[in-house]
Each structure stands twice: as C-alpha cells, then as structure tokens.
Write a protein that binds this ligand. Structure first.
Ligand code: FES
Length: 126
C-alpha cells in the first residue's frame, strides 16, 4: 500500500490518499482521481506543468527511477544537472523533483508538494 499526502497552498489542508500497490498508476492519475488540483497539460513528460516536489517518508520503499523525459525536463529547468542525475542514480538517492505524469507510484509513503494554479480559489473542504 502506498500513502500519498498532497500538500499545497491550493488545498485547504494536506490530503492523504492510500492506494493499493498492485494497482500502480501515475501520481497525476491518482491526483486526478481524487480531485487534487496538480496542474498539468501534456500528460506526456514534455511541458513540466506537473512538476512536484517529493518528500520520501519511508526510505526502504522509495522510487528512484527518473524517466528519460523527466531527466531532460529537470535539466532544462535547472533542477538537476546531468552530473546530479548520475550521482543520484549511482547512490540510489531519490530525486527531489518529479513530473507527476511520469512518476509511477509504488509501495511507498511520500509527501507531494505543489504550488497549483494560484488564480483559482482554495478548494473548500467537503
Ligand atoms: S503534464 Fe506535461 S510534463 Fe506532466
């Protein structure tokens, strides 16, 4: 089971979602299915609009693998250099920034931080 906590100024409070490990999907798909307003556009790892910051709560289960598209976007955004990525992969250090549309959730506990669309009102709690 994965426990994913979403944290953003666009949410009235942090929201934690649990999901079965046997049914992994992308972080963006999970967010969309729970109406968590992570911004997105291409959904194919090319626009960077779904950039999120990941805090790993359980280091025994973290996901390390960046997709090639994530590596390229993170380099373009200045979030990681090619050397940073090589060192992180060699040392099994989880990347701090990810693209929600490329991040496949595994059996892990993480906090996902994102800014969201600042032009929208904060979502009211149900
Ligand atoms: S939605 Fe475009 S990179 Fe994720």
């Amino acid at each position: 089971m994965a426990n994913v906590t979403f944290s953003s100024p666009s949410l009235p409070h942090d929201e934690t979602v649990s999901t079965a490990a046997r049914d992994p999907g992308t972080l963006l798909a999970l967010a969309k299915s729970h109406k968590i307003p992570i911004p997105f556009d291409c959904q194919d790892g090319e626009c960077a609009s779904c950039l999120v910051e990941i805090e790993v709560l359980d280091f025994s289960t973290q996901s390390f693998a960046l997709t090639d598209k994530e590596k390229e976007i993170l380099k373009q955004l200045g979030k990681k250099t090619k050397t940073d990525i090589k060192i992180a992969e060699a040392r099994n250090i989880a990347p701090h920034f990810r693209l929600a549309c490329q991040y496949v959730i595994h059996d892990e506990d993480i906090v996902v931080k994102f800014v969201g669309d600042e032009t929208l009102p904060v979502r009211k709690r149900k």
